[in-house]
Design a protein around this ligand. Sequence first.
Ligand SMILES: Cc1ncc(COP(=O)(O)O)c(C=O)c1O
Length: 384
Amino acid sequence: MKIVSADRLQKLPPYLFAQLNAKKKELKDKGADIIDLGVGDPDLPTPKHIVDALCAQAGNIENHCYPTYDGMPAFRSAVAGWYQKRFSVSLDHNNETVALMGAKDGLAHICWALFGPGDRVLCPDPGYPVYAAQTMFAGAEIVKYPVRPENKYLPVISELPTKGIKAIFLCYPSNPTSAVADLGFYRELVEWAIKNGIIILNDGIYSEIAFDGYKPPSIMQVEGARECAIEFHSLSKTYNMTGWRIGMAVGNSQILSALLKIKTNTDSGVFQAVQYAGIAALEGSQECVKENCRIYQERRDILAAGLKKMGLEFDLPRATFYLWLKTSGKTGSIDFADLLLEKAGVMVVPGIGFGANGEGYVRMALTIPSQRMKEAVERIGKIL
Ligand SMILES: Cc1ncc(COP(=O)(O)O)c(C=O)c1O
């Protein structure tokens, strides 16, 4: 029997990451030693006090039932407490916070909650592909906006279209460019959004991975943000918990209530023992986060020094664990990534996988130990 999938699946662009993984597997099967700078998945372990909290709660029968849809009050209260401590933002945990199965859960379901045919949604190019894919799944029109190096990878707000636009997705610190946004930018964006009746969907999941003492802000720090915006956050990258599936959305209570309606009809919330582990993460010592940043910074410096010696162009990342490298017009980003994989055994992600404006770049992740990073630099140096 021939199975015909829904039209929306035919409209998805080819999934570059799957193609890359297939190539990597092929080379590995032939015995190649591949250094993977492709995936944005921390190689460091979840801190012990968080694992201990899970273990302590996993056997408790009270945690074995369906959790509440919006998250335990204690978890949402920990989220509000963390926003207060980290950003000096006061949130009412009852209606301004929602627990998520990772930020991706929220990014996907918010599209079902807010968009439909006839709506137009601004998505960054280059940007995390999920924003556009889910906008399309919800039947809305994707309107890509360019983020370019000459404007520090921020949108030019005065040039953003507004006609028929329902919402804008953005992500700072950015995957894939590692660009950051300051409060001045967020102020201008919130003003523009309120004036034009546009919802802001801010993805802030990399805010805790930052270097050289820099502390990325939250859009929620800006006056008026609560009127038009929600922010997605996650424990995935901050506490090395990508596999645990826990995150949060905070901000405008009407938007969150719409999100919750979809989620109530779709999933059944986060395992409570994982929420207890989340509380331990958010309320416990943040030394583990500092240590993560120190490790990523050391790797960043090894990679940056090596690439600089080779005469390659990039901006030194102030945050995220990505380095956005210019292919310097040598080849297209797919050919450049292929060259590194086949000749140096180093896997990177072609920029075009994040949108047409990502052409001419590749993304390198800092998620391998320093010693391997040195080896990656040596190998790249030999072939370029
Ligand atoms: C920009 C961005 N947003 C969201 C996610 C999803 O994160 P989570 O693990 O919290 O679902 C990722 C994962 O790589 C990401 O890069």
